[in-house]
Design a protein around this ligand. Sequence first.
Ligand code: AMP
Ligand code: MG
Length: 486
Amino acid sequence: MTEQAKWNFDNSYTRLPQPFFARLKPNPVRSPKLVLFNEPLATALGLNGEALQQPEGVAVLAGNVIPEGGEALAQAYAGHQFGHFTMLGDGRALLIGEQITPDGNRFDIQLKGSGRTPFSRGGDGRAALGPMLREFLISEAMHALGIPTTRSLAVVTTGEEIWRETELPGAVLTRVAKSHLRVGTFQYAAGRGEVSDVKTLADYAIKRHYPELAESENPYLSLLEQVISRQAKLISQWQLVGFVHGVMNTDNMTISGETIDYGPCAFMDNYDPATVFSSIDTQGRYAYGNQPQIANWNLARFAETLVPLLAEDETKGVEMAQSAIEGFKGQYVSNWLAGMRKKLGLFNAEDGDKDFVEKLLRLMHEHEADYTNTFRLLTLGQPEKTAMNGAAEFSEWLEQWQQRQSRQAQTKDEAMKLMRTNNPAVIPRNHRVEEALAAAVDEEDDSLVKQLIAVLKEPYAYSEEQERYAEVPERCQHGYVTYCGT
Ligand code: AMP
Ligand code: MG
């Protein structure tokens, strides 16, 4: 079987000191059944997709069998959850190994919903089908949008019911990630009070994600700067597509710069910085407009853990950490502005660009214009179809935009092409996602989920088929609420 599926595992995490993980045995489930499988991802990982979809392969994806070469473990980590520090760890996930791909890359293969671990606290270690399908769908959509993210290889139902507020079908998601190192992993190491643990972890992170930094003058400062710069880029990409993560706790922020943990996330419809979907985010801490600031706060927690490694003198270390953290905002804004220019077909930079973009956003806010569709309609040359049509200020803005474009060397056609590759024609619309998940969970009909996944594969295609998926929900759908689904 092992040869057939072509698992090719290494287990570098098991070579870290013991406190970083707990070894685990499989927690078999009754009758695994494959619901979704990501064939192109399997191929990219060097896996044999056909073999994996056979019962023996599915047994692995359900966590019933650990393939030869894999060493199952749960990772320890901590995290600030809604601002409060807690010791956590994989309470319902199992790392089965690190797949080494044919081109020599390394990816964690993690089963989510695979049963209890020493870190489960009061939880059952399980996951419900709906949220696992949701993670598959949205993480793959993010990938197609060109946004760094963990990927989804498969969803398997377990044949067991789990109890949330009601009885739900249980499921296991196979998550693929550059690693599962989080800000919270560093907080865990630092929280134990052993600087040597933080150093071991930082060396591991450098080796795994930023090997070129090992030679730099101060590798730990370089690590901090790199993570800041990856996150500044990542969050700008979220903002540019209107993605609301929903639970930006420090344990849900990666060192690799990948988006992780698709719990209560959702895409914003009408532009509003205060947009919150998560039922538990009652204070709006993780609202759309707060995401850059929260990322900055989380990175400051990361920096704190590295202080003892930055310099022998603590005051000096703190200064270095602070000055690195202060770099976040500028980097974020410049990434975001560069992305906005592309969304508006602008190739060059002018002084007034930020104000110009903010004016459009303000108008969108005032007129409750749909974020994605405004840019889509501008791309299609149909500004008259936006919710702002008829407003004098919008006409003025359009005029300014014309003039702004005419001041660049590129033709209108080139500008339009740039817009088409930067403004998605489709995003995972909340009502579409819900409709598809309801069919899969309530009717055991996964055709809508599969269709939606297919449509979201090429978000910049502007195909006829996609038009239906660009429709915004009825007004009564305002106030969409998401749940963590744990
Ligand atoms: P999350 O909200 O998914 O980021 O999870 C936060 C923490 O709660 C992590 O330590 C998870 O492993 C843990 N957790 C979430 N759901 C469960 C569950 N059903 N059983 C045990 N632990 C869980
Ligand atoms: Mg998490």
